[in-house]
Design a protein around this ligand. Sequence first.
Ligand code: HEC
Length: 130
Amino acid sequence: MLIRPHAFLFGLLTCGLASTSTGADDKQVVAPDFKRDVLPILDAKCLHCHGAKRRDGKLDMRSLESMLVGGVSGPAIKPGNAQKSLLIELIHYKEMPPKKEPAPVTNEELALLRKWITAMPAPTTLAPIR
Ligand code: HEC
């Protein structure tokens, strides 16, 4: 499957578009779970700079709540909208993790993170989270 990353991503994109128009269907597909699926990726590739010891860019990525608060540029995640989430944008443009890091985020991991954010319900209140 590694040979066709673009076909894979395209598939996900089409699914995403289809689900926005039909709504209900994608709930059947199990959304990535933060602790089980997302945290291991962040732990391996982000937390040594955005966690307990360091908070580069003032961003703490150890919890969803702290990512919603975000860092110097504001929230790292926009629930329900992967495309507008800074976290996804920076990974997509290969700015995070920084180039000198040994292990970049793979296409599969990025797809999983996108899926996780897309499946997240948008907040029902505009009150800032503290
Ligand atoms: C080697 C350390 C390092 C690693 C690893 C790292 N980052 Fe960063 N990150 C930084 C630094 C430094 C900044 C601040 C850069 C700047 O402001 O130009 C930053 C900034 C950010 C920001 C913007 C914060 C803000 O509000 O301005 C996001 C989002 C981010 N990183 C996401 C990630 C993600 C996701 C990963 C893992 C895939 C990751 N980073 C891995 C060092 C790191």
